[in-house]
Structure formats: structure tokens, C-alpha cells
Design a protein around this ligand. Structure first.
Ligand code: GDP
Ligand code: IMO
Ligand code: MG
Length: 414
């Protein structure tokens, strides 16, 4: 059985949600393996737009099982809100790993205070992962023994309140209110909490096909990204194994690549366009964060970084999204090299080059046609096809899917 992983190749928002929603029709189970509600995955079905932060993007497909794996950080209140907002929709089932770490209320407060330099989403992601690694975190399965949970909550909150008051000079959080809030979460979530590693291992033995849905992207990976301007998890392929507790034998890794580059938050961005064309891409591509609404920084596609991301993940194929947004530009640039001092290289030689390199661009001719009605590769204008072929030749990875609009069916499959 061949399983599929959908992984962001860049700084997130590449269009993973749409590709998961389309491709998961051939899978039985859709699993999120890392990140939390810092993600915003957009799906457009028959003109209706849905944005999922924590729920796997297969949730709108009845008959499928959606799983939130142990590598995810879960804000329990947000999870319930997200489910409540889908009331009346036909949904797939949902199971949550008992071993997923919870984002606690003080994690959100601390992220709001400490996350400014990186420009985090403020959702408590970093502090929750910090607690997990520190061995001071709360697993969601702990809610099932509420008495023990309440005692631990009292201890941890006392420490958090000390920090909030003495280090950050901000107001304390109330224990009684928090216990009642979490009692509600425990009751509502109990039927969904289980050992998802066992569940997935059995599903694999039963011949079920699994789709792994990455959040964020490889350049935001805490180990492989532009540290410290990264998220606190492993969006790249390694996160799939630690974040689910299974080892699928055969996983096809699909790298999601936006036809141009975007980044939300701070950190290096070698091909960033600060002038007119950047603004054009931002407007035409509606490049505003699906989670925070912040404008996304825009730039040209960076093949130096895409080759790096391909090395990290071993991509078997790409889904190239938002190609329609480039229509109408007289010429399109792609970065094919980095110049550092007087040395030029086609490959990323040091992670620190992201901060100091001057990109070397290859200029390709643009196309003016609206491509949103094309359903076959051959129907695309020649310059547009050449753009796709240039990406394939430079990276050595085939472009298997091409996004030509936000809708579920606005996709060319090759
Ligand atoms: P994700 O975080 O990787 O799932 O991506 P987001 O949902 O944050 O951002 C991608 C945006 O692009 C969403 O608004 C999608 O609806 C939209 N989108 C996805 N694929 C395409 C495409 O091929 N063309 C256009 N025009 N929009 C797309
Ligand atoms: P999806 O799954 C784009 C960015 C934030 C910030 C950095 C750290 O929709 O692609 P965090 O809150 O994770 O500690 O913030 O990472 N970031 C994202 N950027 N898409 C995302 O998710 C992101 N999730 C986090 O903007 O720069
Ligand atoms: Mg997003």
C-alpha cells in the first residue's frame, strides 16, 4: 500500500489544504502530525470557503477517519470551536491522540509576550512545545483522570502565574475558572481521545491508505528552517514519524510549491519583492494570512531553496499551486543561484546564506492568458508550460499537480 504525505516546501501557505482535500479522496485516513492552530489550511468547495486550523483537511469527507497525532499541540477549546462551526456539515470521523500535548491558557499569554521577535501567530505553539520537551506539559489523555489532572493544573498554574506576575508584570490566571473550563473540555473530548499509534498501526495492517497532512513548511522547520525564525515543530518528513508513532513502509512525499514565494512573520527572504510586483502578487494572490490576517510578504520562486527542501524531504513529486496568479506578468523571475561575497553557487551551501546571499535570477517570459479553465497540461500557454518544465529540470522532481484556482476541481493532474 502506498501512503501519501503532503508537505510544505517553503514557509507555509503553499496550498496544502486544497491539495489534501483533493488527494485524500483516495485515502482512508488523514493525519495531522505536527504544529497546531498556527496553521490555516483553506479549502474551497462549490464556492464555499473553509479554513481549518487544527482539524485535518479531510474532515469534510464523510466516511473518512481524521486523526490528530501525538506530535500536534492541541488547544482543546479551539478544537471544540472548530468542530462547532461545522455543525450541519457532513463530516468524517475524528480521533485525537491521548499523547498530543495541550496548549494551556498561559502558553497563549506567554507567546503573546515572547513571540514578537519571530512574529509568531500568538497561538501558544512555542511555549506548549517548550513544556513538552521540558517534561512539564499536559497530554490530552490526562483529562480522562480529571482529579489527578486538576491537582497538576493547580501546581503548574502557580508556577505560570509567578512568571506572569514577577517576570512579565501582567495579570494572573484564575485556577477555579480554568478547572471548570477544562472539565467541559474533558467531557466533550473524551469520546475522541485514544491511542492513535495503535489505531494507525492496525489500519495499516488492514490495508488502509493514510494521507499525512503537514502544517507550515520545511523552511519553518525548527531543525531545517531559518532558525530562529521558524515554528517549534518539524513540518518536514521526519515529523511524520515522530508525530504519529508509526513507520509506514511506503510513503510518497508530495512537496507543495507555490508558483511564487510568500512568508508571514519575520526572518530572511532572499527573493522578496518589496516594490510594485510584490504588491501585485499580494493583491492578485489574496496573500493575507489564513490564521492571523497579516499581509504575506511576496517574492519570486526560489529554486535554490526548493532544491534544499527537496534534499531534506526526498520529494517524489510536486504540486505547483497558484500558477494562475502569475498570468499577466510580462516576465517571471526565478532564483537559480546565490551569490555570497564573490562566490556564486546553484545550491544552498550554508543555512546562514539565507540571510546574506544575493539571489541570481533567471528571467523567463510570462504569459497573458487566463489559465483557470485549463484542465490539461497541453492546454496551458507555451511560456507557462516552459515555466513548469524549468522547475522540473532544475530540481529533478516532476510536477504532478498544477493549481490554477482555489476551487477543489481547479487542478491539472498529470
Ligand atoms: P496552506 O496553509 O498551505 O493550506 O495554504 P493557505 O490555505 O494558507 O493559503 C493558500 C491560499 O491559496 C488559500 O487562500 C487557497 O484557497 C488558495 N489557493 C490554493 N491553491 C490555489 C491555486 O492554485 N490558485 C489560486 N488562485 N489560489 C489557490
Ligand atoms: P500553514 O500550515 C505560514 C509562521 C509565523 C511565524 C513563525 C512562528 O497554514 O502553512 P508560530 O506561531 O508557529 O510559533 O510562529 O511561523 N507560521 C506560519 N506561516 N503558514 C503557517 O501555517 C504558519 N504557522 C506558523 O508567521 O513567522
Ligand atoms: Mg496557511
Amino acid at each position: 500500500m502506498e501512503h501519501v504525505a503532503v508537505i510544505g516546501s517553503s514557509w507555509g501557505d503553499e496550498g496544502k489544504g486544497k491539495i489534501v482535500d483533493y488527494l485524500c479522496r483516495d485515502s482512508d485516513i488523514i493525519v495531522r502530525y505536527q504544529g497546531g492552530n498556527n496553521a490555516g489550511h483553506t479549502i474551497v468547495v462549490e464556492g464555499r470557503k473553509f479554513v481549518f486550523h487544527l482539524l485535518p483537511s479531510g474532515i469534510l469527507q464523510p466516511g473518512k477517519l481524521n486523526v490528530i497525532g501525538n506530535g500536534v499541540v492541541v488547544d482543546p477549546g479551539l478544537l471544540l470551536e472548530e468542530l462547532a462551526a461545522l455543525k450541519g456539515e457532513k463530516l468524517g470521523a475524528l480521533k485525537v491522540s491521548e499523547y498530543a500535548t495541550m496548549i494551556m491558557p498561559w502558553h497563549r499569554v506567554l507567546d503573546g509576550i515572547e513571540g514578537g521577535k519571530v512574529g509568531t501567530t500568538g497561538r501558544g505553539i512555542g511555549p506548549a512545545y517548550e513544556s513538552k520537551i521540558n517534561r512539564l506539559g499536559f497530554k490530552i489523555g490526562e483529562l480522562l483522570d480529571f482529579e489527578t489532572f486538576s491537582k497538576k493544573l493547580a501546581e503548574r498554574l502557580e508556577e505560570a502565574n509567578w512568571l506572569l506576575q514577577n517576570k512579565y508584570k501582567t495579570s494572573q490566571l484564575n485556577l477555579k475558572e480554568m478547572i471548570e473550563q477544562f472539565r467541559g473540555y474533558a467531557n466533550a473530548l473524551a469520546p475522541m481521545i485514544t491511542n492513535t499509534s495503535l489505531l494507525l498501526a492496525k489500519a495499516m495492517r488492514d490495508g488502509k491508505r493514510i494521507m499525512f497532512e503537514g502544517a507550515q513548511g520545511t523552511l519553518l522547520d525548527v531543525d531545517y528552517g531559518s532558525y530562529p525564525f521558524v515554528t517549534s515543530s518539524n513540518p518536514s518528513i521526519g515529523g511524520l514519524y515522530t508525530g504519529t508513532g508509526i513507520r509506514p513502509r511506503n510513503v510518497k512525499a508530495i512537496g507543495i510549491v507555490k508558483a511564487y514565494a510568500t512568508r508571514v512573520g519575520n526572518g530572511p527572504f532572499p527573493t522578496e519583492l518589496k516594490e510594485e510586483i510584490g504588491k501585485h502578487l499580494q493583491d492578485k494572490g489574496h496573500e493575507f494570512g489564513a490564521t492571523t490576517g497579516r499581509p504575506r510578504r511576496c517574492g519570486w520562486l526560489d529554486l535554490v531553496l526548493l532544491k534544499y527542501s527537496t534534499d531534506v524531504n526526498g520529494f517524489d513529486g510536486f504540486a505547483l499551486t497558484k500558477l494562475d496568479v502569475l498570468s499577466g506578468l510580462p516576465k517571471v523571475n526565478v532564483a537559480v543561484g546565490y551569490k555570497v561575497g564573490n562566490k556564486t553557487s546553484e545550491n544552498l551551501l550554508s543555512m546562514y546564506d539565507m540571510e546574506r546571499a544575493e539571489p541570481v535570477f533567471k528571467e523567463l517570459p510570462g504569459w497573458s492568458e487566463d489559465i483557470s479553465k485549463c484542465r490539461k497540461f497541453e492546454e496551458l500557454p507555451k511560456n507557462c508550460r516552459d515555466y513548469v518544465t524549468f522547475i522540473e529540470k532544475t530540481t529533478g522532481v516532476p510536477v504532478k499537480y498544477i493549481g490554477i484556482g482555489p476551487g477543489r476541481e481547479e487542478l491539472i493532474v498529470r
